[in-house]
Write a protein that binds this ligand. Structure first.
Ligand code: SAH
Ligand code: SF4
Length: 358
């Protein structure tokens, strides 16, 4: 790509890329470190605010680049404290991020695509297909924008790539975003505080393990191929055996485990047999299992199991020595819960027809 004829968004580059860019402009690479600090430590909105950068170089930056920040369009707060933020992209689509306060964590769930092409049967985000990939600047921009409007004393502790879209289907921009977020001279999220969730794109899981040390979460949702292919078309391309082999070779540090997400859907994947099969499929020492009762929404006839079935399913896994958490979906009342993100501007009157499983 040539950067000479059009202006580039400075927020789309990780630090090595920014150094390279500034080097190709014939300027010394240390300038990139200065610019980086202004962008991610000081969070300045404009090049002219980079006051320790020489006026000549600022003029140069102005001629070749700009800072295209994302700003929150609307925010909604759930009765449980979850907050959902809508961002409007310049070309039209909306994307959402969800802020989830927990006792000692403040987690932001960010989007990597407007829409999603994977078409999972249970997920509202995928219903209208993929609008487009987000740029690295738009992925990181969600974090920066939310940081700006946190309440005094609030600090983001964790980031999860679990909002709209399949991050590994937008691999390059997601990787650049991870590198920007992880860079210690900038936003500085340690890898252990970053988690990427995928529906299971096997080659990209391997690449991710080579390129980063980010935590991996896998949307599993079934313990046999027929059920998984019914729920998630990606399973026809990368069936369970291949997916789990990729998970097993994912090079996480010994103290960390892969999270397997399992949405429980009544009559589809919630039987004791399915739970027993799951105990044989994974390894307790390297896995954590999150059970998520299906969140009903207008785009699907699926329903969650009753609570006893959820507990019975959990019990089988616990007896198999797994760490199992039942994840109560948060923010159901504002459609901020898992699988409910659509990036639409909703009317302000109260929503009907959506119920939460809390
Ligand atoms: N595309 C990636 C990351 C984001 S998907 C992935 O599939 O892993 C958003 C998350 O919401 C996934 O963990 C998915 O399993 C979950 N999800 C989607 N629809 C849901 C629903 N109706 N109820 C509960 N969880 C849902
Ligand atoms: Fe896409 Fe994930 Fe939703 Fe599947 S669950 S459609 S991969 S966002």
């Amino acid at each position: 790509m040539t950067h000479t004829n059009h202006k580039v968004n400075l927020l789309d580059f990780d630090l090595p890329q920014l150094k390279e860019l500034i080097f190709t402009w014939g300027e010394p690479a240390y300038r990139a470190d200065q610019v980086w600090g202004w962008l991610y430590r000081k969070d300045v909105p404009a090049i002219e605010d980079m006051t320790n950068v020489s006026v000549t170089f600022r003029g140069f930056l102005d001629a070749h680049s700009f800072i295209d920040r994302l700003t929150v369009h609307t925010a909604e707060t759930s009765v449980d404290g979850t907050r959902k933020f809508l961002f409007l992209l310049p070309d039209g689509p909306g994307i959402e991020s969800v802020l989830i306060p927990e006792r000692d964590h403040l987690t932001l769930c960010i989007s990597t695509q407007a829409g999603c092409a994977q078409g999972c049967r249970f997920c509202l985000t995928g219903k209208s297909g993929l609008r487009r990939n987000l740029t690295a600047g738009e992925i990181v921009g969600q974090v920066m924008a939310v940081k700006r409007i946190l309440e005094p004393g609030q600090r983001l502790t964790n980031l999860v790539f679990m909002g709209m879209g399949e991050p590994l289907a937008n691999y390059d921009q997601t990787l650049t975003a991870i590198r920007i977020l992880n860079d210690p001279a900038g936003i500085g999220f340690a890898y252990r505080r970053l988690t990427l969730s995928t529906s299971g794109l096997v080659p990209q899981i391997d690449r991710l393990g080579q390129d980063t040390k980010i935590n991996l979460a896998v949307s599993l949702n079934a313990s046999d191929d027929a059920t998984r292919s019914f729920l998630m078309p990606i399973n026809r391309r990368y069936p369970l055996k291949e997916l789990l082999a990729a998970c097993n070779r994912y090079p996480l540090p010994l103290t960390r485990r892969i999270t397997y997400e399992y949405i429980l859907i009544k009559g589809v994947n919630d039987s004791p047999q399915a739970a027993h099969r799951l105990t044989r499929l994974l390894k307790p020492a390297t896995s954590k299992i999150n059970l998520i009762p299906f969140n009903p929404h207008s785009g699907s006839d699926l329903v969650p199991p009753d609570w006893d079935t959820v507990l019975a399913f959990q019990n089988i896994l616990v007896k198999g020595h797994y760490t199992v958490i039942i994840r109560k979906s948060k923010g159901g009342d504002i459609s901020a819960a898992c699988g409910q993100l659509q990036g639409r501007i909703r009317p302000l009157e109260p929503q009907t027809g959506l119920s939460s499983v809390n």
